[in-house]
Write a protein that binds this ligand. Structure first.
Ligand code: GDP
Length: 275
């Protein structure tokens, strides 16, 4: 099934802040909330709280703009859906650096990918939510720079062949530079998310946690979830980047920063000067 282009959380018509130029017109505090949503929470923390993990990746405007250019398609820089695969031998050749997005069904993965690609209106983010429908890995090519893979959403009743497909991908894909594990920012880490973390830790591949739908959580709830997950990452993980990425595909918060991080980890923005 193809989602209608202007529908859903990240419908293009409802995304006035898709481009940095639009965000820069906002007043300072709102601008920070959109570009650095995690930093915006800092002043509500108890004195003495370790805020170092809040600022590990904090690019300046020039880096954010260079990253945005990668996500903006034009004739010389096509961005497009390439293919889908249910097995590794159907995956496109691993020619470019790659990132993948995984998460529970309904975590907001397709909305986030649509938001990331909102400056490339021709990109269609395919979703298959029909029960019993084959779940596939969807590959998107961003010019000659990197590929982004939308992995099928997982849940309690993920069939064995699906688990095998995800495991095989994560273990075998040598061009995979970073895995983005999406966690619902309203409900926090769930049992199935823990299973995904265990799998990523076991395979020893680097990953990042992204908290979705932050516009839906009250500030108090978001702070609680952020601190709990940050503590969990610190105490229980080796491969997870200590800074959490917070996003709202509706308000576009965190999306510019995430674009920049993707550009960085795929080697397309090697030096990122701090803001
Ligand atoms: P997926 O199954 O992980 O691809 O999830 P979807 O992207 O389809 O989103 C699941 C539901 O959450 C849909 O109803 C979306 O409209 C909603 N949603 C996704 N992202 C956001 C967000 O950032 N904010 C809000 N308020 N809703 C969102």
């Amino acid at each position: 099934m193809l989602l209608p282009r202007a529908g859903g959380a990240a419908g293009r018509a409802s995304l006035p802040l898709a481009a940095l130029s639009q965000v820069l017109r906002l007043e300072r505090s709102r601008r920070t909330a959109i570009v650095f949503p995690l930093q915006k929470l800092e002043r509500y923390l108890a004195p003495g709280t370790d805020t170092a993990p809040f600022r590990l990746f904090q690019p300046g405007l020039a880096a954010l703009q260079r990253a945005e250019a990668l996500f903006r398609s034009d004739r010389g820089h096509p961005i497009d859906y390439v293919s889908s695969a249910v097995r590794m031998d159907h995956a496109p050749p691993p020619a470019l650096p790659e990132v993948c997005f995984i998460g529970r069904s309904n975590v907001g993965k397709s909305s986030l990918i649509r938001a990331l690609f909102s400056l490339a209106p021709e990109v269609e983010v395919r979703v298959s939510k029909t029960p019993g429908h084959t779940k596939k890995m969807n590959f998107f090519k961003v010019g000659k720079y990197f590929t982004l893979v939308d992995m099928p959403g997982y849940g309690y009743r993920a069939p064995q062949d699906f688990v095998q497909m995800v495991e095989a991908y994560l273990q075998e894909r040598h061009n995979l530079k970073r895995t983005f594990l999406l966690v619902d920012g309203v409900v926090g880490l769930q049992k199935t998310d823990h299973i995904a973390v265990e799998m990523l830790e076991e395979f020893g591949i680097p990953y990042v946690m992204v908290l979705t739908k932050i516009d839906r959580a009250s500030r108090g709830l978001l702070l609680k979830n952020v601190l709990e997950i940050q503590e969990f990452v610190k105490e229980n993980t080796q491969g997870c980047f200590p800074q959490l990425f917070l996003v709202s595909s509706v308000e576009f918060s965190g999306v510019h920063l995430l674009r920049c991080f993707v550009a960085h980890v795929t080697g397309n923005l090697p030096t990122v000067e701090a803001s």
